[in-house]
Design a protein around this ligand. Structure first.
Ligand SMILES: [Zn+2]
Length: 258
């Protein structure tokens, strides 16, 4: 594939992560060469806010999202002020990632829920879409989203069931697929990839995590989004170009980039 053959929008990449410290500019150049025209850079590690702000300043196609990750929920009091400062910056297009993680459970569940709810309220106040992280916590995640009446956001790296997907769609949320949809045993996710209505489909890398099958085990980067798009397009029986185009338009709509 040469530059410009498809357009792509990576809705979730941690480009300020220290794993990119040695070659960040090169990684971004690779992304541009492959046709990436938009990236939402997520900053969950507030120690990296300076690098994050620099990326937003330097590259017009890189947008930002900040939020207190469920892993850090216990540090809410310490992080709250930094979050509020960050939300004042230009080019912040979403609040996230926020949510619940019962797999790692780095913070107690009740605190995770409280911090999640607080940030959903904040997002509504600020009229920002939310980027939701949910790992082994889908039921509680959906209950909270429904109670808070959230309609503007995306479930990042979706890993739920078909029923979960329908509940999200009923709320108006987007479903974002990441590298795991390319794994050979991911039949549930592949079914989801086939079923998501075109108007609600997004793709992401979650770089530097979750590299797709053909580069599995490597550090992931936005240019590898093409592998996920190729897989999703073959599952849906359409061209990669079409999936690139649809997901690009959907991302622009969700993050209000028109
Ligand atoms: Zn992430």
């Amino acid at each position: 594939m040469s530059k410009g053959e498809w357009v792509m929008f990576d809705t979730h990449a941690h480009l300020a992560d220290s794993r990119f410290d040695i070659d960040r500019a090169k990684v971004i150049d690779n992304a541009v060469q492959e046709g990436i025209l938009g990236v939402v850079c997520i900053c969950s590690d507030f120690e990296k806010l300076d690098v994050f702000y620099q990326l937003l300043d330097e590259y017009d196609f890189i947008y930002g999202a900040v939020g207190i990750h469920p892993h850090n929920a216990s540090l809410q009091n310490k992080l709250k002020e930094k979050l509020h400062q960050a939300l004042e910056k230009n080019k912040i297009v979403a609040l996230g990632e926020i949510g619940l993680d019962y797999y790692y459970e780095n913070s107690p569940r009740d605190i995770q829920k409280e911090v999640f709810q607080n940030q959903l309220a904040l997002a509504k106040q600020r009229n920002l879409p939310v980027i939701i992280h949910s790992r082994e916590a889908m039921k509680d995640t959906l209950d909270i989203l429904q109670n808070e009446e959230i309609h503007h956001g995306v479930i990042h790296c979706f890993s739920g069931t078909e029923d979960d997907m329908r509940i999200c769609l009923d709320m108006g949320l987007y479903i974002s697929l990441a590298g795991p949809v390319t794994f050979p045993k991911a039949s549930n996710l592949q079914n989801i990839a086939h079923l998501v209505p075109p108007g609600k489909l997004l793709v992401e890398t979650d770089s530097p995590y979750l590299a797709p099958q053909s580069v599995r085990g490597k550090r992931n980067e936005p240019s590898f989004l093409k592998y996920t798009i190729q897989k999703v397009s073959s599952l849906r029986g359409v061209s990669p170009k079409e999936i690139g185009q649809i997901t690009f338009q959907n991302a622009r709509k969700l993050f209000c980039l028109f």
